[in-house]
Design a protein around this ligand. Structure first.
Ligand SMILES: [Zn+2]
Length: 113
């Protein structure tokens, strides 16, 4: 399973909102139309992807959560419910002022950049 797979480049959305290529796949997915980020296995995202290719056109990926937040995305209310609740209480869209950024790293850690 080496060869092509090991040389694959993934297109990720960076903190500055610009796309870049990375050898590692993203850890989070997102919807560029609604500026929402969530888990790669988010039930809402998978259902939308299964529903046609319109959603796929707006599908983006992030190396980590900090990148998604910096790019102006907010957490998904379905798969990241705890974060979404925090966001509705105090997170400020288009800023890095999300409470959990100051918590110890979670399972959503960076591996690229
Ligand atoms: Zn989700």
């Amino acid at each position: 399973m080496d060869g092509q797979a090991s040389r694959r480049r993934y297109r990720l959305l960076g903190r500055d909102g610009e796309f870049y290529e990375c050898e590692q796949p993203g850890t989070l997915g997102g919807n560029s139309r609604e500026c929402i980020y969530g888990r790669l296995d988010c039930p809402a995202a998978l259902a939308a992807l299964a529903g046609g290719n319109v959603y796929a056109q707006h599908r983006v990926f992030f190396a980590d959560e900090a990148a998604a937040i910096a790019a102006g995305y907010r957490p998904c209310g379905r798969c990241l419910r705890a974060r979404y609740t925090l966001w509705t209480r105090g997170g400020v869209p288009n800023t890095a002022e999300y409470p959990w950024l100051f918590l110890p790293p979670s399972e959503l850690s960076s591996h690229c950049e």
